[in-house]
Design a protein around this ligand. Structure first.
Ligand SMILES: NC(=O)c1ccc[n+]([C@@H]2O[C@H](COP(=O)([O-])OP(=O)(O)OC[C@H]3O[C@@H](n4cnc5c(N)ncnc54)[C@H](O)[C@@H]3O)[C@@H](O)[C@H]2O)c1
Length: 270
């Protein structure tokens, strides 16, 4: 091992959903490690303000990961600013109450538009940026793609049918793209994913905490009881794995999904 083994200093990273809770933390950690970061997010102002916080070698770009011409325009801005793309983090994703079963809404009543929204955001929102930025990596013959899957992909959680199926699609696509890029373009292009355990963020707060008292719901309590480390993740908990998967330290690692979950996926419940 050399001092460069885990180095991503000087690399260019594109992070979609970069202004969100988990990915903003990855953006901050990457910038601190010497990476020039392009923060792409549907929320233009949030992307720009995070980029301003990261310093003059970061840019914030408004980009909808479901709109290919938007992604192509963003990729041109990234190339104009930095000249290449070494790391793509496909972070945009999420769930919504309308696609979640509850006492008031059975599985049979979940509206097709809400289900489709969740599928599109998580799965198509990973595939489309991988096409655009993956093609840049194919011409460079190098790069790393990091997708964000979920615990739901291993075993589905109750209530969130579309989100579970969509994240399982993200894990499957991670393996598919890893093989495709290595065989068709370059063995130096690697594709992996992180499967975060439970992090209390805006997309799941309505499920895990009571909206008035802020106390844990029974579901939130069950999650903590099934997380051997006994807590929710902190956004910074993903950073070490993200740096490992983006750096030469993982040079022979492609097509895997790494749980960062406080032991949730290892615990049988007994
Ligand atoms: N929070 C958790 O416990 C958890 C667990 C497992 C996986 N994840 C996944 O981690 C990723 C980040 O989640 P988070 O909890 O930080 O959520 P978040 O809602 O804080 O961040 C998501 C970001 O994506 C952006 N976004 C939404 N739609 C977009 C679009 N069409 N185009 C571009 N950007 C868009 C949002 O503006 C937001 O900034 C998601 O893929 C999520 O599914 C989260």
């Amino acid at each position: 091992m050399t001092s460069d083994t885990f180095s991503i200093n000087g690399k260019i990273a594109v992070v979609t959903g970069g202004a969100g809770v988990l990915c903003a933390s990855i953006c901050r950690g990457f910038a601190a490690a010497g990476v020039k970061v392009a923060v792409l997010d549907l929320r233009a102002e949030a992307a720009e303000s995070l980029a301003a916080e990261l310093g003059k070698e970061a840019i914030g770009i408004a980009c909808d990961v479901l709109n290919k011409s938007d992604i192509e325009a963003a990729s041109q801005q990234v190339l104009d600013a930095f000249g290449r793309v070494d790391i793509l983090v496909n972070g945009a994703g999420g769930n919504k109450p309308q696609a979640t079963t509850s006492a008031d809404q059975s599985f049979f009543d979940l509206p097709a538009e809400a289900l489709r929204w969740v599928f599109d955001l998580n799965l198509m929102g990973t595939i489309l940026p991988s096409q655009v930025f993956g093609s840049i990596m194919a011409s460079q013959k190098s790069g790393t793609i990091l997708n964000i899957s979920s615990m739901n992909a291993l075993r589905p959680l109750t209530r969130i049918a579309a989100y579970s199926a969509a994240k399982s699609g993200v894990s499957n696509f991670t393996q598919w793209l890893a093989v495709h890029m290595a065989q068709e373009y370059s063995p130096e292009i690697r594709v992996n994913a992180i499967a975060p355990g439970f992090f209390l963020t805006e997309q799941n707060r309505f499920l895990l905490t009571d909206q008035t008292t802020q106390e844990l719901t029974p579901r939130g309590q069950t999650i903590i009881a099934h997380t051997p480390q006994g807590r929710f993740g902190q956004p910074g908990d993903l950073l070490g794995t993200a740096i490992w998967l983006a750096s030469p330290a993982s040079a022979f690692v492609t097509g895997i999904v790494v749980p960062v979950d406080g032991g949730f996926s290892a615990f049988s419940g007994v």
